[in-house]
Write a protein that binds this ligand. Sequence first.
Ligand code: NAD
Ligand code: ZN
Length: 345
Amino acid sequence: MSEKMRAIKKTKPERGITVSESEIPKIKDNEVLIKVKKRAICGTDLHIYQWNKWSENRLKLPVIIGHEFYGEIVEKGKEVKEYKTGELVTAEMHVVCNHCYLCRTGKAHLCENVKILGVDANGAFADFVAVPSINLWRVKKDIPEELFAIYDPFGNAVHTVFEGDIPTKTVLITGAGPIGAMAAGIAKAAGASLVIVSEPNEYRRDLAKKLGADILVNPLKENLVEKIMELTDGEGVDNVLEMSGATPALIDGLKAIRKGGILVLLGIFNKDVSLDINELIIFKGITIKGVNGRKMYDTWYRMDGLLRSGKLDLSPIITHRMPMEDIEKGLLLMEEGKAGKVILS
Ligand code: NAD
Ligand code: ZN
């Protein structure tokens, strides 16, 4: 095929994005060609649009962006036996090497040689995308179809929550972007006794509430640590899930954890952090875990399982739907903090 398709591309090293035409990708023997049905905008796409330091260091232009999507298999390479054309799938867009130490010891989400489709190579904000079949995940008939467009960030939230000690325990989530808000619902579904969410943005506090958070705190107006102590008989929370990348949230979180508690870090900090390690971590016996990506594919099975449990309604997280060409409108809504997940159809 040498026909053209529509594609959202980053072409210039400056703020902005281009809606243009591109060649339909040619697949390799181990890949499938997917006709994309729906896509979702990630915070990473916003960073690429804004052209921050990370994008500048990481991207080689031009590139078709986008890594949250699902669609229909329309063509497959000759090595692909497990899938049929016509099947609906989403995909893990971290393409790993399968040869490094981490890949070979069950930690492929930390692969030394990972390539992210939509960042390091062409992605899914186009009519078609090529993906290795090993990375596919089937759309299930008993789960609302549109949710498969957000399995990537949902997976970040699921991975983070299950690194904590959640059933019957208390949880503080700092930062209710789409991932933090989903984490609130997941923690409830996983049996947390109390889920507290700290978030300065009112629109996003409402979103976390809709997803299932018990208590919402504006850390700019209320004393978060005092509030947590009141709510936990002066002991502190069992778990803090850090999902903001904000230093004050991290420090308050550490103050709010009980001795022997767990801190799970997902949020990315854009500067170095200075804190009192002795008082906040060592003498309190805190366990700290960093989270990257989604476990391949433990996290993916858990996502299907959570949605099938009937205990998690993710639908409120999708707040906007628009045609792919209107992507800039969606990016600006996200930049203002006035959106959950934005779907591009
Ligand atoms: P987001 O930027 O939409 O959400 C962050 C939220 O934190 C915002 O709503 C913001 O208002 C809030 N916030 C800012 N300062 C705060 C404070 N002092 N206290 C509490 N909340 C505060 O991001 P997202 O898409 O939901 O992702 C969450 C974080 O996870 C981001 O930092 C993102 O870069 C990171 N991330 C990490 C991975 C990974 O693999 N480690 C993957 C995806 C995203
Ligand atoms: Zn590897």
